[in-house]
Design a protein around this ligand. Structure first.
Ligand SMILES: *Cc1c(COP(=O)(O)O)cnc(C)c1O
Length: 220
């Protein structure tokens, strides 16, 4: 049996494996602050959460140089709580949400980084936009006026499956759409890959992976 890795070991191994080009977002949802601090002390600064309330509580008590990533689906009525500090919102799939983020960012005199979520998985439960709807959203006239939102790229989640060929096909789609839009929309961020599938995302040019359980252990 291998000895349990510490959180600091896991951070170090991921950083060595991913290199400088790929940003590691440590997804710390459901985990207590002392575990986040172990990652922080190992040099980790980007943390991901999927609930605005939990992220806001953690932001209040943890060091202020942490970059907070909202990786979960966003409810418009809660955007105001994260607007003062959130670094990046990963899973935007509605014009209405962008509009609300823009409004709240403006009130805080900030610009908030956003990613649009492309639906690549087969499962119905996953959020995200179809390719057509995503392109239509990017073409919507009102977007030009949203001066406090910066759409930095795309995010996606593959189907939870053992079938690597299927995961490859889904990541390949996200990669294709990203590179199709990249130049015209000034994209620089492709958020793709989690604990179970990030190694499959690397050949598809991911530059941001969202890793939870492989750093912090299983969630209850
Ligand atoms: C929880 C979560 C992750 C991390 O999942 P792990 O399998 O624990 O690495 C990544 N992305 C999103 C959107 C999540 O909700």
């Amino acid at each position: 049996m291998e000895k349990e890795m510490t959180i600091a070991d896991a951070i170090k191994e991921f950083k060595d494996e991913l290199g400088e080009e790929v940003t590691l977002v440590a997804v710390s949802k459901t985990k207590p602050n002392d575990l986040l601090m172990q990652a922080y002390e190992a040099g980790q600064r980007d943390f991901g959460e999927n609930k605005i309330q939990e992220m806001t509580d953690k932001h209040a008590s943890l060091p202020k140089d942490i970059k907070w990533h909202m990786v979960g689906h966003v409810q418009s009525n809660k955007v105001k709580y994260m607007a003062p500090y959130v670094h990046m919102v990963h899973a935007v799939d509605k014009y209405k949400t962008l509009k609300e983020i823009n409004k709240r960012a403006k009130q805080n005199d900030r610009t908030i980084n956003c990613l649009l979520q492309l639906k690549i998985a087969e499962e119905d439960s996953k959020f995200g936009l179809s390719e057509t709807d995503l392109k239509d959203l990017l073409a919507s006239p009102g977007l030009q006026d949203m001066e406090h939102v910066k759409i930095r790229g795309l995010m996606g989640m593959a189907t939870f499956t053992e079938d690597e060929r299927q995961i490859h096909a889904e990541f390949e789609k996200l990669e294709r759409v990203y590179f199709e839009l990249k130049d015209n929309h000034d994209f620089d961020t492709l958020s793709m890959g989690m604990s179970g599938d990030y190694q499959l995302a690397i050949p598809h040019h991911t530059n941001m992976v969202r890793i939870g359980s492989s750093i912090f252990g299983k969630r209850d």
